[in-house]
Design a binder for this molecule. Structure first.
Ligand SMILES: Nc1ncnc2c1ncn2[C@@H]1O[C@H](COP(=O)(O)OP(=O)(O)OP(=O)(O)O)[C@@H](O)[C@H]1O
Ligand SMILES: [Mg+2]
Length: 255
């Protein structure tokens, strides 16, 4: 990794919900063109860290750095505008909007019109762009004009992931994106992450499916009870050794 400045970094981040300590002094760094796996048992603090990185939750303590400079996000919009896209765990789409409507949700392309300064929604431009961006993400998708409720769960998930990857300029965070997916569709999600990496994005992949993590990541960060207990190249883990670190059956040397 050398001396390269990470594109995104959490330094000594802590967060409690009342008396529950969800994160304690957790640090994580991500380089451009790198995919890291963030793993840990249920309740380990993964989604809490995701929400802090996406600007949805303020840490009690610690700092967030982008390209080496400190940031404190006041809202998810701050992080979005700085190039960080997040697919939250169990994030939904709007079922009665079309695929392209979902890809452009909150970012509609408008054409100046006679009806006032807001103008018309430029549907054709949005459809063209939505198809192109899903295509760039490696998601071949016939039917960007169809409403999302006509697609299967896996296809909807593909749209949500495509949306995140399409808009991300620096970092994309995917919280359990392969949940509820069959083997083929999960494989497609892993391919989308590879493409995002090839495009120079930093990717954070959260999953309980360890074979996916071992297959698709460069480095694995393990959280246990809110603490980072391992941060190593993926190639240094076997499925068995990773499971042992996650459950605490194997102790790591202190980081
Ligand atoms: N809004 C909340 N209010 C109170 N406690 C919370 C809240 N969100 C999370 N917690 C607690 O914080 C801890 C970390 O939760 P978090 O959702 O970050 O875990 P996780 O690693 O994402 O788990 P999972 O794998 O089940 O998604 C847990 O003990 C959880 O019960
Ligand atoms: Mg979670």
């Amino acid at each position: 990794m050398g001396e390269r400045t990470p594109v995104y970094e959490a330094r000594n981040v802590s967060k409690s919900y009342g008396s529950v300590v969800a994160l304690e002094n957790a640090s994580l760094s991500l380089h451009a063109g790198e995919v890291i796996g963030l793993v840990g048992d249920n309740g380990a603090g993964k989604s809490t860290l995701v929400k802090i990185l996406s600007g949805a939750l303020a840490p009690d303590d610690g700092t967030i750095l982008m390209d080496g400079s400190e940031h404190s996000w006041k809202s998810p919009r701050d992080a979005l505008e700085s190039g960080v896209e997040t697919l939250y765990q169990d994030a939904g789409l709007c079922p009665d909007l079309t695929v392209s409507g979902n890809v452009f949700l909150g970012r509609e392309i408008r054409r100046p019109g006679v009806l006032g300064k807001l103008g018309f929604l430029d549907k054709q431009a949005m459809e063209r762009e939505a198809a192109a961006s899903l295509d760039r993400a490696g998601i071949g998708f016939a039917g960007v004009r169809r409403t999302v409720d006509q697609f299967s769960g896996g296809q909807r998930q593909a749209v949500a992931i495509g949306r995140a990857v399409a808009w991300a300029r620096k970092v994309v965070i995917l919280d359990e994106p392969t949940n509820h997916l069959g083997a083929r569709q999960a494989g497609e999600v892993l391919n989308v992450m590879r493409r995002a990496k090839e495009q120079g994005l930093g990717v954070i992949f959260i999953s309980h499916t360890l074979p996916h993590v071992l297959e698709a990541t460069d480095r694995v960060v393990v959280l246990r009870l809110g603490r980072v207990v391992a941060d190593r190249p993926t190639s240094s883990f076997t499925p068995d050794s990773l499971l042992k670190v996650i459950t605490g059956l194997a102790e790591e040397a202190p980081l």
